[in-house]
Design a protein around this ligand. Structure first.
Ligand SMILES: Nc1ncnc2c1ncn2[C@@H]1O[C@H](COP(=O)(O)OP(=O)(O)O)[C@@H](O)[C@H]1O
Ligand SMILES: [Mg+2]
Length: 423
């Protein structure tokens, strides 16, 4: 039996133009309606098997929080059938079930008992919860004196430490400080490994790709894509990336231009690999190669090697401000780093239909963990803050980084350690 099951679930909100309209409607004993209907979710069917982690992504307002509140039982579906098996703990935007007049300690006991814990079980866990929340003396103060950050810490500390069978995580997580976020992610990962069912809303697409077994993409209240997280994240990027980026126009793209034309650079025309591709087609990635200092093609590299990533693009139309760049990812699709001509302050001249533009990126490889890495080349038009993707090819080039010594984590920091003994 699925842990979470939604069949054709829809959720309608009533939207009143003015607060007084709600009163008017009550005065007419609802014989006249003064509201408009807004369908936040439409015909959602979703099954989550026990022990699975399912990611939910989508733009603001696409219905993610509404979905979680339905599963949490805070909202009722307007249409459709919903069922959840097992004890549910939710990390939602509102610290569900907290009473503002009681102290943090009292709320922990109440909240945990709502979530099905005996008093003795809460006694056992209290120290862990208190420790997790780290709000110090405030634990003995009424919750109404808390900052929103403290409120959230305590709510999360309870939810995450009551051994839920089903855990719902809304992106509220991102409002905490970094240390707390890490602590939460670590705990969520433990629960995931312990076989709990998790519904995970996040705008951290890397976390979604890494943690989730499956991902659902919501758009305007409907599921528009569902499946393997990486593919769904790509779809999301394809649809929303540019939309989002346009909103955050930042200064700083008019930095001085460096870089030069190098006649020894030749057009490359091989694309060894292609996982997916998107873009408006005004230009196409024509080829990508990785070369060493002797112009030899490289598939295997070592830390500290100096390599050249050469990317050629062919322009199908006039593009006034071309940008060429790439993203380096590890085998888990985690982005290690990205760069492009605009970012490196190389201003490419306007390109005409039929032009080939080839760029060399000379890179000194950091001491990354040995293993396989991929390069995804892209060509775009605009500035680094605002541009359209003309062509993006995922994982076009695979590089193997040979083992040149132990690396803890993603890469070896440049460290000098010193010591002193004091007796
Ligand atoms: N209580 C509510 N009354 C009316 N509209 C709401 C209410 N809650 C959310 N909405 C609307 O429903 C849509 C989906 O909201 P939400 O589920 O919060 O989206 P997300 O979490 O993806 O940003 C939004 O357009 C939002 O304005
Ligand atoms: Mg939300």
């Amino acid at each position: 039996m699925p842990a979470i099951s939604l069949q054709h679930v829809s959720k309608k909100y009533r939207v009143y133009r003015r607060p007084s309209d709600k009163l008017l409607e009550l005065l007419t004993l609802k014989r006249r309606s003064f509201h408009e209907s807004f369908w936040a979710l439409r015909d959602i069917s979703l099954q989550v098997e026990p022990g699975r982690t399912v990611g939910v992504i989508g733009a603001n307002g696409s219905g993610k929080s509404t979905l979680l509140q339905l599963v949490a039982g805070i909202l009722r579906p307007t249409e459709g059938v919903l069922s959840v098996q097992g004890k549910v703990a939710a990390l939602l935007e509102l610290g569900a079930g907290f009473n503002p007049n009681f102290t943090g300690r009292e709320n922990v006991y109440m909240n945990a008992s709502i979530l099905g814990l005996q008093k003795s079980e809460v006694d056992e866990r209290f120290a862990t919860i208190e420790d997790f929340a780290s709000i110090g003396e405030f634990i003995e103060q009424p919750v109404k004196t808390y900052s929103s950050g403290m409120f959230m810490r305590l709510a999360f500390a309870v939810a995450i430490n009551v051994d839920p069978e089903v855990l719902l995580v809304d992106e509220a997580l991102s409002v905490g400080d970094i240390v707390f976020q890490h602590r939460c992610m670590h705990r969520i990962d433990q629960l995931r490994r312990a076989g709990k069912t998790i519904l995970f809303v996040s705008h951290d697409l890397q976390a979604v790709t890494r943690f989730c077994d499956r991902t659902v993409l919501l758009d305007h209240g409907r599921i528009v894509e569902e499946g393997e997280p990486y593919a769904v994240v790509q779809k999301y990027l394809e649809i929303f990336f540019e939309r989002e980026r346009r909103k955050k126009h930042l200064p700083g793209d008019d930095l001085p231009v460096v870089g030069r034309i190098d006649p020894s650079i030749t057009v490359v025309n091989t694309i060894p690999h292609m996982d997916s591709r998107f873009g408006n087609g005004k230009a196409r990635v024509h080829g990508i190669l990785v070369l060493d200092g002797q112009h030899q093609v490289l598939n295997q590299v070592r830390a500290d090697d100096i390599i050249t990533v050469r990317i050629s693009a062919r322009f199908e139309e006039f593009v006034e401000h071309p940008i060429i760049g790439f993203t380096l990812r590890d085998h888990l699709h985690v982005e290690i780093s990205s760069t492009n001509t605009s970012y490196e302050r190389v201003k490419l001249p306007p390109a005409n239909a039929g032009d080939y533009v080839t760029v060399d990126f000379r890179v000194t490889l950091p001491r990354m963990r040995p293993g396989s890495y991929s390069i995804s080349p892209a060509v775009a038009s605009g500035s680094i803050w605002e541009h359209d993707i003309c062509d993006w090819i995922d994982n076009a080039y695979i590089l193997t980084l040979l083992d040149t010594g132990l690396v803890y984590g993603m890469w070896k920091l440049e460290v000098e350690a010193s010591y002193r003994i004091t007796r």
